[in-house]
Design a protein around this ligand. Structure first.
Ligand code: FAS
Ligand code: PHB
Length: 403
């Protein structure tokens, strides 16, 4: 058994783990990352595309923002299309100057991986049998296998950044955990294509055929989604079938000029809202998808992971540099307040823009539900004060204060 030690053991090298590791290291707080798969496998995941202003600032603080500013694109607004009628949400003017950055999660992860390697920070990729031990003691530790060797990693704290299917959340005793979940009656079929985006800004579309989203990764790479039944499978969707259906759901003028091409990635993601309370137990802290999941309709998944990271990084930095042990117990309550706001917004955006068929969002008749939703759309996408509420949530609410 190889026994090693670090102040903070981070489980998972997704954006949450890598960003936390980078920010702590810049404050002189050493850390080691244990990751289940290879770096290439992590980079092969196609996920988020919209960064809130708070995450942009964090990446700057982490020293990994150069390529984002060079290749990413600020969006001053976003479009909502209801049955073909386009409404512009002027994010910049409605929020007093905030915008969102369009830059893929894959690129954020790549930039963080390269910075970690350049800083000579230790990461154990392709590790297995990761287990977290004695989190209720003052001497927690992590065991794992790597390259045929067994490791014991002694630490002060464990940061569980290992996603929804990781080991961290399950390390909290079941009797001490409360889990909240809403599984949606549909999924998103996503396509990545090396074609120019059909619009300068994102278009979230609700049509009688269901939801669609026109997004992008760059001026030459587009990302599209359509709502599909949970029973659907990627095999049912040729590229032509996808483009034909997408065009039927987007506004006609956009569909007419859209440039299509071969898909370079095509997958179906289920949608769920999920929160685990508390987000800490003993010396274990949960961050990002390890603690919560949102439907991507509000572009909040990656961005909520970032606000968890900022909250814990500030708490741990104050603990190591100022001896602020009092802050250690405040993480979960601080993080959850912003998590629930992001969960509600993502649930609400999903309700506004998807076809629920006969499924009840709340206990009422489908017809009554339709009228509620139509009235909400009229208000939140059709009035200045309604659009202001949407804009402030979309660009991201302020991060929790740590003082
Ligand atoms: P991640 O899941 O990204 O990373 C967790 C890491 O932990 C992984 O690398 C995993 O291999 C590792 N791990 C797991 N178990 C382990 C173990 N036992 N030991 C060691 N390591 C372990 N968000 C948006 O905002 N917009 C979107 O469009 C969007 N689309 C998505 C599509 C899909 C298919 C999925 C699954 C998610 C999507 N998300 C989207 C949400 C996504 O971006 C997450 O919020 C983001 O990846 C969260 O980052 P992490 O918390 O780091 O978790
Ligand atoms: C994406 O570009 O993948 C994307 C953008 C915004 C969302 C969801 C996904 O709300």
């Amino acid at each position: 058994m190889n026994t090693i030690r670090t102040p903070v053991a981070i489980i998972g090298a997704g954006p949450a783990g890598l960003l936390l590791g980078q920010l702590l290291a810049k404050q002189g707080v050493e850390n080691i990352i244990v990751e289940r798969v290879s770096g290439d496998y992590v980079l092969g995941r196609i996920r988020a595309g919209i960064l809130e202003q708070g995450l942009v600032k964090l990446l700057q603080e982490a020293g990994v923002s150069d390529r984002m500013f060079a290749e990413g694109e600020y969006h001053r607004g976003v479009e909502i299309a209801i049955d073909g009628k386009r409404v512009h949400i002027d994010l910049e003017n409605l929020t007093g100057g905030d915008q969102v950055m369009c830059y893929g999660q894959t690129e954020v992860t790549r930039d963080l991986m390269e910075a970690r390697a350049a800083a000579g920070l230790t990461s154990y990729y392709e590790s297995s049998d990761t287990q977290i031990h004695d989190i209720e003691s003052d001497a927690p530790y992590v065991t794992f296998s790597h390259d045929g060797e067994q490791y014991r990693l002694d630490c002060d704290f464990v940061a569980g950044c290992d996603g929804f299917h990781g080991v961290s959340r399950k390390t909290i005793p079941e009797a001490k955990r409360t889990e909240f979940e809403r599984v949606y009656p549909f999924g998103w079929l996503g396509v990545l294509s090396d074609t120019p985006p059909c619009n300068d800004e994102l278009i979230y579309a609700k049509s009688e055929r269901g939801f669609a989203l026109a997004s992008m990764r760059s001026k030459t790479r587009s990302r599209y989604y359509i709502q599909v039944p949970l029973t659907d499978s990627v095999e049912n969707w040729s590229d032509d079938a996808f483009w034909e259906e997408l065009k039927k759901r987007l506004p006609a003028d956009v569909a007419e000029t859209m440039i299509t091409g071969p898909s370079i990635e095509k997958s179906i993601a289920p949608l769920r809202s999920f929160v685990c309370e508390p987000m800490q137990y003993g010396k274990l802290y949960l961050l990002g998808d390890a603690a919560h999941i949102v439907p991507p309709t509000g572009a909040k998944g990656l961005n909520l992971a970032a606000s968890d990271v900022e909250t814990l990084y500030k708490i741990l930095t104050k603990f190591y540099k100022e001896g602020r042990a009092d802050l250690l117990r405040e993480y979960s309550e601080k993080a959850l307040k912003r998590v629930w706001a992001g969960e509600r917004f993502s649930w609400w955006m999903s309700n506004m823009l998807h076809d629920y068929g006969d499924e009840q969002i709340t206990a009422m008749s489908a017809e009554m539900q339709d009228r509620f939703m139509a009235s909400e759309r009229d208000y939140y996408f059709g009035t200045e004060e309604g659009k202001t509420v949407v804009a402030k949530q979309y660009v991201g609410l302020p991060y929790p204060t740590v003082e």
